[in-house]
Design a binder for this molecule. Structure first.
Ligand code: H2U
Ligand code: ZN
Length: 347
């Protein structure tokens, strides 16, 4: 009998159409790794050398205002620029390139340099969500912008250049690879079944329960059945919404609640600020309806066994397909067992 907890197998990612290899037999007891001594020291509220703190200098002679809530500015080193032009390059169908226009922005969550999402108040996170919605709409409304990607790199391990709580927004002329794959899979499902792939998946996960980390009236944090990263999580909404601007006030509060609770559990896992890349996936902004798209967020954290032992996608994973040892079910169980009070407040 095929046993997901015993036998090597591969799982299908509904959203990308790709497979991940799971090797549960390799770590019968994954939780006996080293434990780190936790650091409860936090960064100061203001850092005179931080280019994101209120009143400080940025590149190119810009100065941050003495902002009080969230603060957004155009990235001084934008990866995409609005004013490139020209034609497609196509040499024998072998060398293909296109100009790509875009806008890159930086969004500070708080003027407080020392805060992080899990240690912010729900009302403060709600203000971030409101701004995400406004930026999605404003940037998406520009005629040359077909997609708005909001994402946060947290921690040096993930390449964040600054610990000040912030995220980035890259709005682009074309739909990037990952959302394009997800769009195709969701459209295919809608066409085949007449239903929404993630509405159905949400219902199934809530019914089964074993991969749910935490939930509230509108949202749940779920370790997806096809997770690649050890503690990968998707935040999924119960109701069908294509983008964050469609969320009502109660739903935005619920999203803030889930973000706080999930990131608190993450920090508590190894009693250390938990690095991750997270981002929102929503409807492209090309003016079409995209009824198939169900708004969600992905969290991809690299840590595996401790504050320093991380998963690397190397070898077979680059050349073949991703692989994991601990099962998504055991990762969810581990996250479920953690407190929703931040470790910095423990006695
Ligand atoms: P990351 O920590 O995720 O790298 O985001 C910080 C961004 O801030 C980064 O994209 C930008 C960098 O280009 N930045 C400015 O826009 N102005 C500055 O003065 C420094 C950094
Ligand atoms: Zn700062």
């Amino acid at each position: 009998m095929f046993d997901l907890n015993e036998h090597s197998h591969r799982r299908f990612n509904l959203l990308t159409g790709e497979w991940v290899i799971v090797s549960p037999h390799r770590t019968k007891r994954p939780w006996q790794g080293q434990t780190e001594t936790s650091s409860r020291a936090f960064l100061p509220s203001y850092d005179p050398d931080c280019y994101l703190c209120p009143g400080n200098d940025r590149a190119g002679g810009n100065v941050n205002p003495l902002y009080e809530g969230v603060f957004v500015f155009d990235n001084d080193f934008a990866a995409l620029q609005p004013d490139v032009c020209g034609n497609e390059l196509n040499d024998s169908g072998l060398l293909i390139a296109r100009p790509e226009r875009g806008v890159a922005r930086v969004l500070c969550f708080s003027p407080d340099h020392g805060l992080t999402l899990p240690r912010m108040e729900r009302s403060e996170i709600r203000a971030v969500i409101d701004r995400w919605a406004d930026e999605y709409v404003d940037l998406g409304n520009r005629d040359f912008i077909d997609h708005v990607q909001i994402f946060e790199n947290r921690g040096e391990m993930m390449g964040a250049s600054n610990p000040h709580p912030h995220c980035q927004i890259w709005a682009s002329e074309s739909v990037p690879n990952e959302p394009a794959k997800e769009l195709a899979r969701q459209e295919e499902y809608l066409e085949k079944t007449g239903g929404c792939l993630l509405c159905e998946y949400f219902r199934l996960e809530i019914e089964v329960g074993e991969r749910v980390v935490c939930e509230n009236e509108f949202f749940a944090a779920i370790v997806p059945f096809w997770a690649v990263y050890p503690f990968e999580v998707m935040i999924l909404g119960r109701d069908h919404r294509g983008s964050i601007d469609e969320l009502g006030g109660d739903e935005r509060d619920a999203l803030a609640d889930i973000l706080k609770r999930l990131t608190t559990r993450y920090d508590n896992l190894f009693e250390t600020p938990f690095p991750y890349s997270m981002g929102l996936h929503q409807r492209p902004t090309d003016g079409r309806e995209h009824a198939a798209v169900h708004f969600h967020a992905h969290f991809y954290p690299p840590l595996l066994r401790s504050a320093t032992v991380r998963k690397f996608l190397v070898g077979f994973e680059i050349l073949g397909s991703p692989q994991r040892d601990i099962t998504p079910e055991s990762a969810a169980e581990r996250l479920r067992g953690l407190s929703e009070s931040h470790y910095s407040t423990f006695a």
